[in-house]
Write a protein of this length. Structure first.
Length: 149
């Protein structure tokens, strides 16, 4: 059996757009040491009875209602990125966000991109340690997948 080829943490990056036009620049905030990309699916269920024996337990049918993509993470609150996080936290609004996978297209490389909101943000510190932050970013609608070239 062949061993799986894994993806190192540094090959995946969260990149925030600066909103500039006509050419927006995307940059990874310094200090991020954990990332989680989540798809949430809202569903409805319906009991489907057995027509030949209504006393049998019914099976549930599931219907997909909606989908949502989020990126959460955290790490060191680096001085180089503190203004970016604080400004977005205070101003709110949408930023174009990329979740970049630095691999070839054949190996799944490319990026998710779309407008997103900072839907949760936290900074925490403890005496004798460095200041940390954590965040949740929620895409507005379906992000677009752009394969690597």
């Amino acid at each position: 059996m062949a061993q799986a080829v894994s993806i190192k943490f540094g090959l995946i990056a969260l990149m925030l757009g600066d909103g500039a036009t006509p050419t927006e620049v995307f940059e990874a905030p310094c200090g991020v040491t954990s990332l989680t990309v989540t798809t949430n699916v809202e569903t409805n269920t319906t009991n489907i009875p057995d027509c030949e024996d209504p006393d049998l337990a019914s099976w549930l049918a599931i219907d997909e209602i909606s989908r949502q993509k989020q990126v959460s993470g955290g790490g060191l609150l680096a001085q180089a990125s503190a203004d970016t996080w604080n400004e977005w936290d205070l101003a709110g609004g949408y930023k174009n966000v990329r979740v970049y996978t630095n691999l070839s297209a054949a190996n799944g490389g490319g990026y998710l991109v779309g407008p997103a909101l900072l839907t949760a943000y936290e900074q925490s510190g403890e005496r004798g340690q460095r200041w940390q932050n954590s965040f949740t970013i929620t895409f507005d609608g379906k992000p677009t997948w752009v394969p690597a070239v």
